[in-house]
Design a protein around this ligand. Structure first.
Ligand SMILES: Nc1ncnc2c1ncn2[C@@H]1O[C@H](COP(=O)(O)OP(=O)(O)OP(=O)(O)O)[C@@H](O)[C@H]1O
Length: 357
């Protein structure tokens, strides 16, 4: 396998390499050298300084009955303001854990996470409440978690505005009606959730989440219980919110249609971001015809680790150790065909994992 250079100009930011970091195998350094490195770092902008969401080596460990589960294992993620992006990954890969942290409902064990300038590790209870009311909105898979059953659609949308305070009732009503209209829900204004279809319920939930004009809208499997046609309508509502209000939107989904309609899909594997698919519109120079081009990228973390897709490594019989070759414009990654490597591949010897990934 060969990793090609990134010849596209994706809209999304990629985690930056840290040129000031020494190689992991560096020999012990002098005090003067350490001082020089610290000084050279001082002028550099912090990791993700211009991203709306920045997760830096995020770790979340759960301990149940003395058994530790590492749900997030040093996850890096940057999301730019105004993005509409999807997070995908196998069950148990850590998606909901990440969403709960970004929603301010859970606190990471280690690492750093900021959303719209708020530090998610150091917020006190009061700041956390303000964060959940004003900075983020969420839409969950289960309607019962999104809407109060005894309130109408309009009252549901007005409730977060009321809790936040500061606006008169007439202004709140007008703002809530505008949100319902924007999402083509005006006919649902005076209906309670049980009088709405599944898609209308989720679209109302989006209006509720947008009530206090949050910077970020988080959605965890928002179309999980819907048929594909209804799911499409709900996704359209997310797109409308993104385009009309400029809200940054992160959607966790198993729904392939949703994942393929956004410009950026990030895959999480074993508690880390592993790969990204970026889509962009390209225009044919001669015919002028536009087409959507998608390319898959592997994520290179700040320690230089790269997760190779399992289907790539298994198809080439890569295990434990691979051969690297630095070329002028790319890095070649080859199966290890040495006798020792072949034996390791068959599981006949060696117990260390030297791939570094
Ligand atoms: N409160 C908790 N206590 C203990 N372990 C937990 C807790 N929450 C999550 N986990 C564990 O953390 C890992 C990641 O779980 P998470 O729910 O984030 O995965 P997921 O990718 O959202 O999965 P799914 O797609 O099935 O919802 C799993 O091994 C899970 O069992």
């Amino acid at each position: 396998m060969t990793t090609r250079p990134d010849d596209t100009s994706p809209d999304a930011p990629a985690p930056a390499a840290d040129p000031a970091s020494p190689p992991r195998s560096a020999a012990p350094t002098s005090l003067a050298e350490l001082e020089r490195r610290a000084a050279s770092r001082r002028g550099q902008p912090a990791y993700g300084h211009d991203a709306l969401i920045a997760c830096d080596r995020l770790v979340r460990v759960f301990t149940t009955d003395g058994v530790e589960v590492q749900a997030l294992q040093g996850l890096d993620l940057l999301v730019a303001e105004g993005e509409l992006m999807a997070l995908v990954g196998a069950s148990g890969s850590g998606k909901s854990t990440l969403m709960n942290i970004l929603a301010g409902l859970d606190v990471p064990t280690a690492g750093a996470a900021t959303v719209a300038g708020r530090d998610l590790l150091t917020m006190d209870a009061r700041a956390r409440l303000g964060y959940r009311r004003e900075v983020v909105g969420f839409v969950w898979q289960q309607t019962a978690r999104n809407l109060l059953p005894y309130l109408t659609a309009l009252q549901n949308v007005m409730l977060p505005m009321q809790l936040r305070g500061g606006r008169r009732r007439a202004a709140r009503t007008k703002a809530a009606e505008e949100l319902l209209s924007m999402l083509s829900l005006h006919h649902c204004r005076d209906r309670r959730p049980h009088q709405l279809s599944g898609g209308e319920q989720q679209r109302t939930a989006i209006a509720v989440a947008l009530a206090n004009t949050p910077s970020v809208l988080l959605a965890d499997e928002p179309t999980g219980e819907l048929d594909s046609h209804t799911a499409e309508q709900v996704f359209t509502a997310f797109r409308t919110a993104n385009e009309e209000l400029g809200t940054t939107i992160v959607i966790v989904t198993h729904d392939q249609t949703v994942a393929s309609e956004v410009r950026r899909t990030v895959a999480i594997r074993d508690g880390r971001t592993s790969s990204e698919v970026l889509r962009r519109t390209e225009r044919d120079a001669t015919t002028g015809q536009e087409s959507l081009v998608s390319r898959e990228y592997a994520m290179l973390d700040r320690a230089g680790r790269l997760q190779l897709p399992t289907e790539y490594t298994t198809s080439l019989g890569m295990a434990h150790r691979v051969l690297l070759e630095l070329e002028s414009d790319h890095i070649g990654v080859w199966p290890d065909h040495t006798a020792d490597g072949a034996a390791r591949g068959r599981g006949e010897g060696g117990d260390g994992d030297e791939s570094g990934g």
